[in-house]
Design a binder for this molecule. Structure first.
Ligand SMILES: [Zn+2]
Length: 306
């Protein structure tokens, strides 16, 4: 049973229509239409498999690092970049919460690398992760006991200084329900951090249907600052700042070059990625992905009609 939207899932507009068609390059080779809402600029994957059937589209997505991969040259680069990114993410949390230590919830904690980074820095870190293997890995390797998403409801209200979703929101089948739960869990002065690809980035406009961050049908929602701000407002949050994750544009450009069948995807991806990176230095709203820093909105609880 394919999921079909007759109106915009964010702003309820009836004017939605097909925009482009994206291939699932990673697993199935199937085509998925991406629809666009002219009112709020949201793009979303139409006719995607529902939550129950989505598992097979994640089958070749391996979350557990293997020792040979770690030893290889590209593996070494990957792990150096990841270390740098974990540090950058930690610094964002400390800067925007204004706290050296506190309570943090990493929603979609995967193998637990970010949660353990925060734990080592003195934070009380909790993970939420649907994948069984990833949860086991984080417990075995880091002593981080991640919860299943359905267990979130037992967490006490207003118990976190910070809640993070690093490239997770675009995968959620019911992001509005999750945001409402996150709103309950975040302290009144807490900070919500959401990183997600940006469909008005220079790389997205350049690659269009080949843009790797469409990643259909795993990515269901394709935001930009306009649509994201609309959704956040409706969920009872307001954006206080936007930042970029500097390496995303290179990674996405290399993958997009592979999607277009380039014979030298690494070279072309790094070259074009550098140009997109330099251009976006002057305008964060055009960067490949955006880290949104949010707080509870002043105006009240948000609209509960999701
Ligand atoms: Zn809309």
């Amino acid at each position: 049973m394919k999921v079909t939207y007759n109106k915009c899932p964010v702003c309820n507009s009836n004017s939605i229509g097909p925009y482009i068609e994206c291939k699932d390059y990673l697993v199935s080779g199937e085509l998925f239409p991406i629809y666009r809402c002219p009112e709020c600029q949201l793009e979303f994957t139409q006719y995607h498999p529902g939550e129950q059937e989505s598992g097979k589209y994640y089958e070749s997505v391996d979350y557990i690092p293997h020792s040979d991969a770690i030893k290889s040259f590209t593996g070494k680069i990957y792990y150096t970049v990841r270390k740098f990114m974990l540090l950058k993410k930690k610094n964002l949390v400390i800067k925007y919460t204004g706290k050296r230590t506190g309570t943090i919830l990493d929603f979609g904690s995967g193998t637990g690398h970010f949660a353990i980074t925060m734990k080592k820095a003195g934070w009380d870190a909790t993970g939420i992760e649907p994948d069984n293997d990833a949860r086991e890995y984080s417990l075995k390797n880091f002593g981080i006991k991640a919860m299943r998403p359905e267990e979130m409801k037992i967490l006490p209200s207003f118990s976190f200084d910070c809640i993070t979703l690093w490239h997770v929101l675009e995968h959620l089948h019911n992001p509005f329900q999750s945001l409402s739960e996150i709103k309950r869990l975040l302290r009144p002065n807490g900070i919500l951090i959401i990183a997600t690809p940006n469909n008005m980035s220079f790389d997205s406009i350049h690659y269009r249907h080949l843009w790797a961050a469409y990643d259909a049908p795993r990515h269901l929602w394709h935001f930009n600052p306009v649509s994201f701000s609309y959704m956040a407002g409706k969920a009872g949050f307001e954006i206080i700042s936007m930042k970029k994750l500097p390496f995303d544009v290179f990674y996405i450009s290399i993958l997009s070059e592979k999607n277009r069948g380039s014979r030298i995807p690494l070279f072309n991806g790094l070259l074009k990625g550098s140009i997109f990176f330099l251009l976006s230095l002057f305008d964060v709203t055009r960067s490949s992905s955006i880290v949104y820093l949010l707080k509870h909105s002043e105006s009240g609880k948000g609209n509960a009609d999701y």
